[in-house]
Design a protein around this ligand. Structure first.
Ligand SMILES: [Zn+2]
Length: 123
């Protein structure tokens, strides 16, 4: 990573973020690698968390991408005539998670270790 990039990150981060930046970036890199491979496999382009037509949402913990977990939808909104998930219950601690566009996933920090949940198709 170049010096300029690091400087930019620090400017845009809270003081807490700066302290944990090293760990987060490692995690982010790992996540992005996994997600890149996963997205390529299923040809996903639009990352908007649309609600599936049957209303049943499955997520995948990005650090444990083999396991599919059913998640409870807490809140939705309408965007371009389609229902978009705004809030999802964390499968681990039931905390209301909101969409994190940076991670392109729902994230939870309420049960200790940060978890990143990406929406996956039912089949
Ligand atoms: Zn949680």
């Amino acid at each position: 990573m170049g010096k300029e990039v690091i400087k930019q990150s620090i400017i845009h981060s809270s003081s807490r973020l700066v302290k944990t930046m090293g760990r987060r970036q490692t995690m982010m890199e790992k996540y992005k690698q996994q997600m890149k491979a996963y997205r390529k496999k299923r040809g996903k382009i639009d990352s908007t968390p649309f609600l599936p037509s049957d209303g049943i949402v499955y997520v995948m913990n990005s650090l444990n991408p083999d396991k599919k977990i059913k998640a409870d939808v807490l809140k939705t909104r309408i965007k371009n005539h389609r229902e978009v998930i705004e809030s999802l219950a964390c499968p681990e601690c039931s905390n209301a998670m909101s969409w994190d566009s940076k991670w392109e996933a729902f994230t939870c920090e309420k049960h200790g270790k940060k978890s990143i949940y990406e929406i996956v198709p039912a089949k």
